[in-house]
Ligand binder design. Structure first.
Ligand SMILES: Cc1ncc(COP(=O)(O)O)c(C=O)c1O
Length: 333
């Protein structure tokens, strides 16, 4: 599919920007060594991430996208049978729990936010791990430092708590903690991050986790020998350099500006929009969600519908956002 064909795909939370030229170059150069197996420990990228985050390299695992890595983590955390997470949260969690032979304990939300108190109540001696999505997909909400710390105090120290920060780069709320800091004070905290969203490297499948050193080897041993390809490792390592970081920060700031504008415009049209700290908006349309998404598709705009709950709309290019707004204006409501 060409880039133009995908211009109005607002369903996948991808960046609207094309890959940075320096990262394309790294991938093109890497093609010269396609006959070679990748570094199975992602040594250079792991060392680069350790410097970037100021953590011990032994706590970092690089994996095949953060979803693929989470799958290995939940398998490695076994054998207890239950994985606690919020509902409505990332749709991959129940699937990952099931694939790892666990039962998913989906704890109802408090409005658009995780109900951390109910989640702590759901932790028992059957709990394999807890998954916390901050900011949350699909509702865009955030959890603050004090409430997360209070939650962590209630979870037994031998139960891993994975804080999934896939959308961290789009957060402007200063009350939201860096989960790596929480990992320093609470060793059972595992931080999950991705190069797919703000870094715009979704096709390369690179994610990483910061985990207790005692768990790192067990997680690595769960996977097939080669977790992440060479091109992904090289592009992700280059993406940590200051010139790329500066450009990505500019891009994220532009996405945040577009998010603020689109949310205000939609509210101006009478649409309820949940506060968002991500690169998408959550429209809690309830039983109108499916019909709305179908009408959007007929208008050439793809959005993600969660039937009977709402619709998630990725912040796209200015043109795509304007077309989405025109579509909403055209609706007979
Ligand atoms: C909250 C969350 N976590 C993880 C992922 C997985 O991303 P990836 O596997 O591309 O790193 C996604 C993708 O949409 C997500 O929304």
């Amino acid at each position: 599919m060409s880039a133009a064909d995908r211009a109005d795909d607002l369903s996948m939370n991808e960046t609207p920007y094309p890959p940075l030229p320096v990262l394309r170059e790294v991938v093109q150069d890497g093609a010269a060594l396609l006959n070679r197996y990748p570094d199975r420990l992602s040594g250079a990228l792991t060392a680069g991430l350790a410097r970037h985050l100021d953590v011990d390299p032994g706590t970092i695992i690089v994996g095949p996208g953060s979803a693929g890595l989470l799958q290995l983590m939940v398998q490695a955390f076994g054998p207890k049978p239950e994985v606690v997470h919020a509902a409505l949260s990332f749709e991959g969690y129940p699937l990952i729990a099931r694939n790892a032979g666990a039962t998913s304990v989906a704890v109802p939300m408090d409005g658009h936010r995780h109900d951390l108190s109910a989640m702590a109540d759901a932790v028992t001696d059957r709990t394999r791990c807890v998954l916390v999505c901050n900011p949350n997909n699909p509702t865009g909400s955030v959890l603050h430092r004090d409430e997360l710390t209070a939650f962590l105090e209630r979870v037994p120290a031998d139960v891993p708590v994975v804080i999934d920060e896939a959308y961290r780069h789009f957060v402007t709320d200063r009350g939201v903690p860096d989960a790596v800091d929480l990992h320093r004070s609470h060793p059972n905290v595992c931080v999950l991050r991705t190069f797919s969203k703000a870094y715009g490297l979704a096709a390369l499948r690179v994610g990483y986790a910061v985990v207790p050193p005692g768990l790192a080897m067990a997680i690595r041993m769960m996977g097939i020998v080669f977790l992440t390809g060479s091109l992904g490792q090289a592009a992700a390592l280059r993406a940590l350099e200051p010139d790329v970081t500066a450009e990505l920060e500019r891009r994220c700031a532009a996405v945040v500006e577009a998010r603020t504008k689109l949310a205000a415009d939609l509210r101006g049209l009478g649409i309820t929009v949940a506060p968002s700290e991500t690169n998408f908006l959550w429209l809690p349309l309830g039983d109108k969600a499916a019909g709305f998404a179908e009408a959007a598709a007929r208008a050439g705009i793809l959005v993600a519908a969660m039937p009977d709950r709402g619709v998630r709309v990725t912040i796209g290019s200015d043109e795509a956002n304007a077309r989405f707004l025109d579509f909403v204006r055209s609706l007979d409501r």
